[in-house]
Design a protein around this ligand. Structure first.
Ligand code: SAM
Length: 228
């Protein structure tokens, strides 16, 4: 009898966001695959869970995916988590899910926190159609190539950006898409300093200068003709 691979979402800041089902699945799994064992050990200690952890990250994903699938095929239930949020979304996990699907091994999501869904849901930007693009390329030229086609976007475009580049990126949005383009910069979601900056990009730029607003950001760019 095959076991199951559980894709378990964990909090993106507020530990109260762990679900009862996530706790139960993590407690009963024979092993928990995670990105960084030290980060996940802290969460699991907080939850009183002591299942064995195994490191599954971008550098060993390719080798580990078939081995994990073997263990599940032999009857183990294995849970996959990431440092924060939903595994496989700008985080490791896609390869083991694909491997299990190829081999008809059951895969079940245990849904919960996800930074871009949280940001979109509270942004006030259109949610009927959106495009999630993950992290931006770090180099300026590649970023501009990415931004150009968004000029005429008819859906909300969502991406992740590092706090170190957010001020520069805001200026790039204004330069490429125009000063009036409506954005939502969602920072430190579910944490003490959660902040939403919503409105034309030109109005947000002064707020980002001087590095006052640190932390993690989700950037949402509204459709070209949207006004808040
Ligand atoms: N898989 C995760 C998810 O479901 O949201 C995303 C992981 S990705 C490696 C990390 C990025 O997500 C951060 O650089 C930031 O852009 C965004 N992020 C994660 N937690 C956040 C938070 N609490 N507030 C704002 N953005 C966050």
């Amino acid at each position: 009898m095959s076991g199951t691979l559980f894709i378990v979402a964990t909090p993106i800041g507020n530990l109260g966001d762990i679900s009862a089902r996530a706790k139960a699945v993590l407690t009963e799994a024979s092993a928990i695959a995670c990105e960084d064992t030290r980060t996940s050990a802290k969460l699991l200690q907080h939850l009183g869970i002591s299942q064995p952890l195994l490191a599954y990250h971008e550098h060993n994903e390719q080798q580990l995916a078939p081995l994990l699938a073997d263990r599940i095929a032999n009857g183990e239930n294995i849970a996959l988590i990431c440092d924060a949020g939903t595994p496989t979304l700008s985080d490791p996990g896609f390869r083991v899910v694909r491997e299990c699907r190829r081999r008809h091994i059951p895969v079940t999501p245990v849904p919960g926190p996800c930074a871009f869904v949280a940001a979109l849901s509270a942004s006030g930007l259109p949610t009927n159609a959106f495009r999630y693009t993950g992290f931006l390329p770090p180099k300026s030229a590649a970023r501009l190539r990415f931004l150009e086609p968004i000029r005429d976007a008819e859906e909300t475009v969502i991406l992740y950006e590092s706090c170190h580049r957010i001020a520069k990126f805001a200026q790039e949005i204004a330069d490429t898409l125009g000063a009036n383009r409506v954005v939502c910069l969602a920072r430190e979601l579910t944490k003490l300093h959660e902040t939403f900056l919503v409105g034309p990009i030109a109005e947000q730029i002064p707020l980002l200068q001087g590095g006052n607003l640190r932390g993690e950001f989700v950037v949402l760019i509204a459709p070209y003709d949207f006004r808040i």
